[in-house]
Structure formats: C-alpha cells, structure tokens
Design a protein. Structure first.
Length: 364
C-alpha cells in the first residue's frame, strides 16, 4: 500500500508541477527530478525503519524529540521566513522543515510516555508534558497553527488509546482549544483565513482566492475528471498547486470517482493500521501503530478538508503526494515504523534479544 501511495503521489506531482516548473525554472521536470532524489533517500529510511527493531527506535524518541524542539526554536531565530511564517532552516541548497521531521519522534516518545503513564512519577509526567507543550507553543510561534493542532490531536488520540482518565483528556482538549483561539486572535493572517473560509466568494480576488480556485478545480473535475495531465486550474490559476492544494489538481483530473477511490484507499490504510495495532503484543508497540496510522491518515484528511473548503486554509502537505523532501522523509519513515509494528506483531520479525554477559565464576 505504501508503494502504491508513493507511486500515485509521484504521478500526481508530475502532472501538477510541469507547467509551473517550466515557467519558473525553465525545466518542466525540475520538481519531478528533485522529488525523485528525495524519494530515493526516503525509501532508504523506509527500509531502515523496517529492518530496525522497535525497541531501538523507541530509545531514540526522547533524543529525537529534544533535537527537533531545538531545531524548531532555531527557526524563530535564524529561520527563513516565507509568507510571514518562519518554518525553514536553510543549509546550503537544502531547506529543513523541523516541524515535519519531528513528527515521528512525537509518536515514539508519546508511546513511551503514555504506555508507562501509571508507573512513572509525577515529575516525569510533568517533564514530558512540558516538553510536548513547549514544542506546540514554538510551532504556534512560527506561526503554524495547523501543525500545532495536528501535533496536539495526535498526542491526544494516543493518550486516549492508552486509557488515560477522562477528566485529564477533557482538560487537555479544552486547553488546546483555548490555545488555538488565542493564536487566531493574536495573528491577523490566521483571522483572515478563518473569515475567508466562512465566505471565500466575498473576497474571491483577495483572501479567498486560494480556496475559490481550489473549489473551481474540484468542481471542474465532474464525475470522471478531465483526464491525467489535463487540469486547467494548475495553469496559472491555482496557487501552491504542488503542495497544499495538490489534491485540487488530482480532483480536477480524476473527478468524483477518483476522489472516492482515494478516500477508500485512506480508509483501507486506516483499517490495516488499526488491525496491526490490535495485533501488537506490547502496549508501546500498539501506541506506535496507532500514532503512525493517525498521523498519515489524519494529515491526509486535513489536507483534503482544506482543499475542499471544509476547513480554513492551512499549510499541511498531503503525505507522499505533495512536493517536498521533509514531508516525504517523514511520511515514509512513519510508514516503515507501522510496517515494523506489523512484522513484530506477527512474529515474522522479532526484536533482537539483549546480549547477556556470561556469569562470572566466583573465586574462592
């Protein structure tokens, strides 16, 4: 399923990017060639995730989360600012988006924390909850409300699956909601996105332009679509058609039937992911499987909801479809972790036992 997802994503990106690549870069295959390089690196990470035991990956969760936290903080100081948001660190020809790369480690460390929730002290609980909270606040500071909301929702779902108390879950949900409202109130561009979402046609040439063009693309697809490569909205009309609104290009070219097939594919992926989670013998592994499934499927649904006007415009890419190496690395790594959960749950792959030192003979 992962191979099919990434292959379809590459084909959709090829169609969505050729015109803008030819116009801006003078090479119609510019985005495709760069995405292929990232795809090779991502499949290497995917293979590594499958071949390495979950026990080892879980040990990297804390370090990866802390490094990601520092990198997100660095974007606020030396990050590259695009459209008013500082989300990237530029290292020569490579742009790093820490908010994407930290997501797998949120899943891993969240699984460690919530699986041991009843056995660890209050100090440990407060420490890691504080670290997760700091990460979400730093993401909001960029500002990046969509990724902050996705991170909070992901942790909340994992906590729910771990069986944390209902008052604690309700309190966390309330605090997250208030934080989101405060962010919208303090950031003008987020308020404009919310108001344009409510009535995009009121300012179709201004704040509502992105959503209006996306809706026109989806509506132009009809039942069966215009055909692969034949989208007209990607020709100068639809903005950021290779990333945030790439689903609109897919919908225009493959129509209602194609959209329905993709949604059914996501449902099948979620079903398989939950089956893997139920088959896991370890609570930690079960939470990793749930977190990986929720991350890939949940982010996909949020991206589709934005493109179809069901949610305010956000900056979430469509996993394994949108252009970008950071998102591709994250998506295939998470998919590899999910497959590793399945392999260990069925006994096809087992974690290597720890080497035990031979007993030392007593003297005397």
């Amino acid at each position: 399923m992962t191979a099919l997802w990434s292959l379809v994503g590459l084909l959709v990106l090829t169609s969505a990017s050729w015109w803008v690549a030819d116009r801006e870069m003078g090479d119609a295959a510019y985005y495709l060639k760069r995405q292929l390089l990232w795809l090779l690196a991502s499949w290497g990470l995917f293979w590594l995730a499958i071949r390495t035991s979950l026990r080892r990956w879980l040990h990297t969760g804390a370090v990866g989360l802390l490094v990601g936290l520092l990198l997100v903080a660095a974007t606020l100081v030396v990050g590259s600012t695009v459209n008013g948001a500082s989300r990237w660190l530029v290292l020569g020809p490579i742009q790093i988006q820490p908010t994407e790369l930290v997501k797998p480690f949120v899943v891993l460390q969240g699984a460690v924390l919530f699986s041991h929730w009843r056995r660890i002290g209050v100090d440990q609980k407060l420490l890691w909850l504080g670290i997760f909270g700091a990460l979400i606040l730093l993401i909001l500071k960029q500002p990046n409300l969509s990724t902050a909301a996705l991170t909070g929702l992901l942790l909340w779902l994992m906590a729910l699956a771990a069986g944390l108390s209902l008052p604690l879950l309700l309190g966390a949900a309330g605090a997250g909601g208030l934080l989101g409202v405060a962010s919208i109130a303090l950031n003008t561009y987020q308020r404009l996105r919310v108001t344009s979402f409510l009535d995009p046609w009121k300012d179709a040439q201004g704040n509502g332009y992105q959503l209006v063009q996306s809706l026109l693309a989806i509506g132009s697809g009809g039942p069966l679509g215009q055909g692969f490569g034949l989208s007209t909205q990607k020709l100068q009309y639809l903005p950021i058609q290779t990333t945030d609104f790439i689903f609109a290009v897919y919908a225009e070219e493959f129509g209602f039937v194609g959209c329905l097939m993709f949604l059914l594919f996501l449902a099948a992926f979620a079903f398989v992911g939950l089956r893997i989670a139920l088959a896991c013998r370890s609570n930690q592994h079960r939470l990793v499987a749930i977190g990986c499934t929720a991350l890939l499927v949940g982010q996909s649904i949020l991206n589709i909801a934005v493109a179809s006007g069901a949610m305010p415009t956000t900056g979430l890419p469509l996993p394994m479809v949108s252009y970008g190496g950071n998102s591709l690395l994250m998506s295939l790594f998470v998919a590899g972790l999910l497959i590793r959960c399945g392999l260990e749950s069925t006994g096809l792959e087992t974690a290597r036992p720890r080497r035990r030192r031979p007993p030392v003979a007593s003297i005397g």
